[in-house]
Write a protein that binds this ligand. Structure first.
Ligand SMILES: *Cc1c(COP(=O)(O)O)cnc(C)c1O
Length: 345
């Protein structure tokens, strides 16, 4: 049976073109700054983000952690969404390793933090308080449905942060999905950000890695912290070569993933017992909710679907998450819908 893996876009494997580039990649010691492919990748990434410099990091989690550690000292405060990856899925690293205090605000259904909430969270200059140093936004916002934050909104948050001597970091793990979905450039979306991370290893299909981008001064500090965290890699050009292919050839095709997500949602919405309380997909994430007439929990349904060769995630008692990616084609969409029809019958 063909397996359709919709648990995440992280399950994507390197393309044949990436394997080829990796096999022939010229390499050097990147801790000495001598790996040609790492250097090329960092330049290409910085260029795409409209920033002065980039730093190749092993994961998005490390990229976000490094950004927070550059922007904040121990005891400083970072303002972020309560549904954000940094708050939810990074093992509390900013506190455990950086002594940084997270101040969470409610993520709205559209993925934003209310400007008035951010303003209200910024501390006055008073020795009783931690010092507010950083605002973190996530684009696309995963737990709100893979929703897109607009350039206008991000610019507003940047203006607010900078007006209070604070910085803005964008966790842009899927920033290219956001850019493709609203037909703009990633550069525009992160124009107001002092730093941004994006993942090569999700929809872009590279095997490993993210790039952290920002000013030259920011990246110089980030490089030292990456070393401190044990993230200085040696002949990392093997990985960077795949990242270069990802940036060259895998961005525009994300539109296909969005189309497949939309196809899945439109067909699922017609099935009895399925509804979309979080809205229809804007990018590559589909969040079907199970109504009262579905006799299974999300976890039980996920198990039944896996017997039909379709892997999905149960993200709440009565909600599933399906993520489309380059390995999910029209036939996979069809197999998924057939599996749903069978298990819901
Ligand atoms: C995947 C992801 C990250 C980083 O993930 P890694 O698995 O550490 O590379 C960060 N933020 C968001 C929103 C993500 O989806």
């Amino acid at each position: 049976m063909n397996i359709v893996d919709l648990r995440s876009d992280t399950v994507t494997k390197p393309t044949p073109e990436m394997r080829e580039a990796m096999a022939h990649a010229e390499v050097g010691d990147d801790v000495y700054g001598e790996d040609p492919n790492v250097n090329l990748l960092q330049e290409a990434a910085a260029d795409k983000m409209g920033k002065a410099a980039g730093l190749f990091v092993p994961s998005g989690t490390m990229g976000n952690l490094i950004a927070v550690l550059v922007h904040c000292q121990r005891g400083d405060e970072a303002i972020m969404g309560d549904k954000g990856h940094t708050f939810s899925f990074e093992a509390g690293g900013i506190s455990a390793l950086g002594g940084v205090f997270p101040h969470t605000l409610q993520n709205q259904a559209d993925g934003t933090l209310k400007l008035e909430d951010i303003l209200g969270a910024i501390r006055p200059d008073d020795i009783h308080h931690p010092v507010s140093k950083l605002v973190i936004l996530e684009n696309t916002q995963n737990r709100c449905g893979g929703v897109v934050l607009s350039k206008e909104y991000t610019d507003e948050v940047g203006k607010l942060a900078h007006g209070h001597a604070m910085q803005l970091h964008v966790d842009g793990a899927r920033i290219f999905n956001a850019a493709v979905a609203i037909k703009t450039s990633a550069k525009d979306l992160v124009h107001a950000a002092d730093s941004v991370t994006f993942c090569l290893s999700k929809g872009l299909c590279a095997p490993v890695g993210s790039v952290l981008c920002g000013s030259r001064e920011f990246i110089d500090k980030a490089r030292r912290i990456r070393k401190m965290l044990g993230g200085g890699m040696r002949q990392a050009g093997i990985l960077a070569a795949a990242g270069l292919v990802a940036l060259d050839s895998m961005i525009d095709r994300l539109a296909e993933d969005h189309q497949h997500a939309s196809d899945l949602a439109n067909a699922l919405a017609k099935m009895k017992g399925i509804h979309f309380e979080m809205g229809m997909p804007q990018t590559n994430m589909v969040f079907p909710s199970l109504g009262p007439d579905v006799k299974y929990t999300a976890a039980e349904l996920a198990k039944k679907l896996s017997v039909e060769g379709v892997k999905v995630s149960a993200v709440a008692e009565r909600r599933l998450r399906l993520v489309t990616h380059a390995w999910v084609d029209d036939a996979a969409v069809e197999q998924t819908l057939k599996a749903f029809e069978k298990v819901l019958a």
